[in-house]
Design a protein around this ligand. Structure first.
Ligand code: CP
Ligand code: NVA
Length: 306
């Protein structure tokens, strides 16, 4: 049985296989067909942080595959009253067929998975957001930006930046991450990614200058400067990230036909301008829709490889 905690646990071939399933399911859906591949299966969804896209894409996704999703908000289950993770994991996994979890510490997700007898999927932790990255690469495929692209990530060295590192390292493309000095990616995660990059031939470049990162890029992306759980540092972060807003002038340094991605929610006027987010290069709403198709691909793959 496999869990999906980070992209590090998956080979390039497996990642491409999931993307292929998602592509097939998207086409079927557009043709008005539904595959009952997860008939009578139940997905438990634990959310310790807010969500729009992740919740809806998983819940609608399992429904379209013939199964049922159960939304378990942290406030409503005994976890928030101190029931241990390991007890919750054993109880839930004795009843449902798969569990998606959005939590704070990545180690909590790992502990949960250790005690779960069914596949556990990372719906975002402080360190990683692998489901989003699969949707991002799926969008790059659809926009013909998947063959040896240069990807520029401008902003916080957070869960999105870490997941970009893993994706680039696994698939073998060039990734440049520009972040302010005290907001760079975790050295430990970078080291792990570098080890995979040696095998795939990926170039992982960490820098401070957004202009250097974006030059001739095929894909430009960013994320909020203040992730969930960091709200008290918002004002300090706004100051530290001055100069890291993806605006028209910065984007003009990328290739002319480059695309702009953002996992959303976006904060217009902070990490990206309204003009770029709503501009012709922006594929953010296709990217958001693709979360649905990817979640279905991941659930089907895990079911087939259980
Ligand atoms: N991009 C993303 O994961 O969005 P939500 O927080 O709305 O799930
Ligand atoms: N980095 C953001 C991503 C939200 C989808 C956060 O963790 O809040």
């Amino acid at each position: 049985m496999r869990h999906f905690l980070t992209l590090a646990d998956f080979s390039k071939e497996e990642i491409l296989e999931i993307l292929q399933i998602a592509k097939k399911l998207k086409k079927e859906l557009k043709d008005g067909q539904y595959s009952n591949l997860l008939e009578n299966k139940t997905l438990g969804m634990i959310f310790e942080k807010s969500s729009t896209r992740t919740r809806v894409s998983f819940e609608v996704g399992i429904h379209q595959l013939g199964g049922k999703g159960i939304f378990l908000s942290n406030n409503d289950i005994q976890l928030s009253r101190g029931e241990p993770l390991k007890d919750t994991a054993r109880v839930l996994s004795s009843m449902v067929d798969m569990i998606m979890m959005r939590t704070f510490k990545h180690s909590s997700l790992e502990e949960f998975a250790q005690y779960s007898s069914v596949p556990v999927i990372n719906g975002l932790t402080d360190d990683f957001h692998p489901m989003q990255l699969l949707a991002d690469f799926f969008t790059m495929q659809e926009c013909h930006k998947d063959k040896n692209p240069i990807v520029a990530y401008i902003g916080d060295g957070n869960n999105m930046a870490h997941s970009w590192l893993m994706l680039a390292a696994k698939l073998g493309f060039e990734l440049r991450i520009a972040s302010p000095k005290n907001y760079q990616v975790s050295p430990k995660i970078l080291q792990q990614a570098q080890a995979f990059a040696k095998i795939s031939g990926s170039k992982l470049l960490i820098m401070q200058d957004p202009k250097e990162a974006i030059l001739n890029a095929d894909v430009v992306t960013t994320d909020t400067w203040t992730s969930m759980g960091q709200e008290k540092d918002k004002e300090m972060r706004k100051k530290a990230f001055k100069g890291y807003c993806v605006d028209k002038a910065l984007l003009s340094l990328a290739k002319q036909d480059s695309i702009f991605l953002h996992c959303l929610p976006a904060y217009r006027g902070e990490e990206v301008t309204q003009e770029v987010l709503e501009g012709t290069q922006s594929k953010v709403f296709l990217e958001a829709e693709n979360r649905l198709h990817i979640q279905k691909g991941v659930m089907v793959w895990l079911h087939q490889n259980r």
